[in-house]
Design a protein around this ligand. Structure first.
Ligand code: SF4
Length: 330
């Protein structure tokens, strides 16, 4: 079956200054470094990792919002057209973005109804006399009241504003939503409502999600498959249930073991991460995770591990994944 979205060996590099002044040295920042994944229709791929690991850049590459340095993105087998082209705009109707901060994503000067209709205007997706009716239908689907069509963003709660953002994204009947930290700016009390709404919309409309988050508790709840990123690369990828039940890569183990257990507090078998991730302009040689990995050996400091497919179909990039004594083998 052809994947709804297929990214192959995506790379995105930036030239950055490493010091001050006009003569400062330049370095290459590899924000995304050889990332491949697939998303099937109606399924969710959770993309997780610490801040700065390249998750959001991957999301923008998936939508063609920024061009890759190399690599390809295909939507239903068709290569992503150049950004701004007519073919790209047509494809963008089917792939929408939901950002982290709903207030920042909305224009405070305009009623939310006008902003919900905006994608139909941009894409000329329906006759103008049908816009308002479609907006009311979609607003009802995300739990907004008809009278809120004329409300301004500041008159709504954080959860209602995120529902407005979702309604706007749904107006063109997309098959894929890229959700970039969609609940992290919301109060904890509202987060569950928005997560349940996303799950409900997927059930009813068959939408696929690329769900980007640093919150593994939520990713576990919404994802069918999960990809774990570290310094621009995927270090583990596979079916969510088995990945959370038995994480194979030491970095995934650390992230999963830090998920609070019911009743609060860390798990007893927690694998603590030492320090912060290194700078992406100065990625350690070998396995990029080796300065923080409790299982690192000499090979890890010199050889970069390739993603290897394990018997359960999972992909893991770790030299020691097959050593049962370490308890990291799947
Ligand atoms: Fe740790 Fe080595 Fe595996 Fe990297 S390759 S995760 S340093 S054991």
């Amino acid at each position: 079956m052809t994947a709804l979205l297929k990214a192959t060996d995506l790379r995105r590099e930036y030239r950055v200054q490493t010091g001050r002044g006009p003569f400062a040295a330049k370095a290459v920042l590899r924000a995304v470094d050889g990332v491949s994944f697939e998303i099937e229709a109606g399924r969710t791929l959770g993309l997780v990792g610490e801040s700065g690991c390249g998750k959001s850049t991957t999301g923008k590459l998936a939508l063609g919002l920024i061009p890759p340095t190399s690599g390809t993105v295909r939507h239903r087998g068709v290569a992503m057209p150049p950004a701004g082209s007519t073919a790209w705009r047509e494809l963008r109707r089917k792939m929408q973005m939901v950002y982290q901060d709903p207030l920042g994503a909305l224009d405070r000067r305009l009623p939310v109804g006008v902003q919900i209709i905006e994608p139909l205007v941009i894409h000329a997706a329906l006759p103008p006399n049908e816009h308002r009716e479609r907006a009311r239908t979609v607003m009802a689907a995300v739990g907004l009241q008809p009278h809120q069509f004329d409300s301004y963003p500041h008159e709504l709660s954080g959860g209602q504003r995120q529902r407005v953002v979702l309604a706007r994204a749904l107006m063109t009947e997309p098959s894929l939503l890229v959700c970039d930290e969609p609940i992290s700016a919301l109060d904890v009390s509202i987060q569950a409502q928005v997560v349940n709404l996303l799950l409900d919309l997927q059930d009813r409309l068959g939408i696929a999600y690329l769900f980007i988050s640093h919150d593994l508790r939520v990713v576990r709840q919404v994802s069918h498959d999960v990809a774990v990123m570290y310094l621009g690369r995927i270090v583990e990828q596979g079916e969510a249930e088995s990945l959370f039940a038995q994480p194979a890569h030491p970095y995934t183990r650390a992230l999963v073991s830090a998920i609070p257990v019911t009743g609060g507090g860390p798990r007893r078998d927690q694998l603590l991460l030492q320090g912060d991730p290194p700078s992406p302009v100065d990625v350690p040689a070998g396995c990029a995770f080796h300065p923080r990995c409790p299982f690192a050996v000499a090979q890890c400091r010199s050889e970069r591990p390739a993603l290897e497919v394990l018997p359960d179909g999972r992909q893991v990039a770790c030299h020691r994944v097959h050593e049962p004594a370490l308890g990291i083998a799947a």
